[in-house]
Design a binder for this molecule. Structure first.
Ligand code: TTP
Ligand code: CA
Length: 363
């Protein structure tokens, strides 16, 4: 049965809330910073408004670097509790537009999926009207803008919402999916990380259309059965994963110190693999899959940094955790030249495995 799914992504969320709280910030560059316990010098950019982005400021960049790019920007500390309260209210507005409470899925502090198949009678023109109502209600009640994507499944809806930002709305009808994806660079496919992107590049696959045209067996030979099959399906715009409210909210994690402060890849990756294996064992014994991987590094100067990756669907198994953990760790190594003291890995957004195989397990 054909479905209609909306994905909503709030625009420059933390910075937008700060702008709303203090209208004098309106035409200024605003940078929200996560300061470490070492004060302002050690912080990283959480997010920034679009004026600041024009100066090249990006999430996760050291605040110091952001300051040098845009000295007249307004730098503000993260106010997580405030953002969480706003998020809860926004999610209530979004949920009210879904077919039912169960047809709503909150995937991060500022993103959610809503299934509206029934509410729009599977008619994409009516879906457009619901999308406009969603944007209108969020703006009216919370004075915030969002970007909306509407498509026949979660994958397409998610990619559509980032197509026109900020304050955009993009509708991709089932017969438009192919054209929508065809010429996009392959790394824009939701779920493709750096490692997979580079592997595909080596195979001379640059666009999603080229990936869709690939022989499934060739992809399986390169990426394994689950991942290879998923790549082929996703590139063809197929995603059968349901919109479902998350249930379990806890997490599983391990953290340990390296034998000595180091930047040596072998030492770091050996410990990382060990920690990831422990996390997977615990997840398997509890029969849960996870959607988010969070990595923490404590540097030799005790500064702490965190990075996370949220998958489009719940995933499980050693390989995906190892790959993701290594990818994130490489980013840490790339972005800092300090020695590492401790590393940690956590999985969250846990979902109980119910034995039902869906596309979400093809990762
Ligand atoms: P995003 O949706 O990735 O970013 P955004 O809402 O700021 O901007 P966009 O308009 O491009 O959607 O993340 C949501 C919030 O999560 C963001 O406002 C701040 C927080 N965040 C971090 O703290 N660190 C990060 O590295 C990222 C990417 C986001
Ligand atoms: Ca956002």
């Amino acid at each position: 049965m054909e479905r209609v799914i909306i994905h909503v992504d709030m625009d420059y969320f933390y910075a937008a809330i700060e702008e709303r709280e203090d209208p004098s910030l309106k035409d200024k560059a605003v940078v929200v910073c996560m300061y470490s316990n070492r004060g302002e010098e050690g912080g990283a950019v959480s997010t920034s408004n679009y004026i600041a982005r024009e100066a090249g400021i990006r999430s996760a960049m050291p605040c110091k670097q952001a300051k040098s790019l845009k000295p007249d920007a307004v730098f503000l500390p993260v106010r997580k509790e405030l953002y969480e309260n706003v998020s809860a209210r926004v999610m209530d507005i979004l949920r009210s537009h879904a077919d039912s409470e169960e047809n709503f899925e909150n995937i991060s502090i500022d993103e959610a999926f809503l299934e509206i198949s029934q509410n729009c009678g599977r008619d994409f023109e009516k879906a457009r009207y619901i999308g406009m109502r969603v944007k209108h209600d969020v703006l009216e009640h919370e004075k915030l803008t969002c970007s909306v994507g509407i498509g026949p499944n979660k994958l397409i809806a998610k990619m559509a919402s980032s197509f026109r930002k900020p304050d955009g709305m993009t509708i991709v009808k089932p017969d438009e999916v192919r054209d929508f994806l065809n010429d996009m660079p392959v790394n824009r496919l939701w779920g493709i990380g750096k490692v997979t992107g580079e592997k595909l590049k080596k195979m001379s696959i640059e666009t999603i259309g080229q990936l869709a045209a690939c022989d499934t067996q060739e992809l399986i030979a390169e990426f394994g059965k689950k991942r290879g099959t998923w790549l082929k399906k996703a590139a063809s715009g197929i995603d059968e994963s349901p919109v479902t409210e998350r249930t379990a909210t806890d997490q599983i994690g391990r953290m340990a110190s390296l034998k000595e402060d180091t930047r040596n890849d072998d030492m770091i990756f050996a410990l990382l693999d060990e920690l990831a294996d422990d996390v997977i064992k615990k997840a398997e014994s509890r029969k849960v899959s996870f959607r988010t991987v969070i990595m923490t590094v404590i540097f030799s100067n005790f500064r702490m940094a965190t990075k996370s990756r949220t998958f489009s669907h719940a995933v499980s198994g050693k390989d995906i955790l190892h790959e993701t953990a290594r990818e994130i760790m490489l980013q840490f190594l790339h972005e800092s030249n300090m020695d590492f003291r401790r590393i940690g890995i956590r999985v969250t957004n846990l979902q109980q495995d119910v034995g039902q195989k869906s596309l979400l397990e093809y990762f």
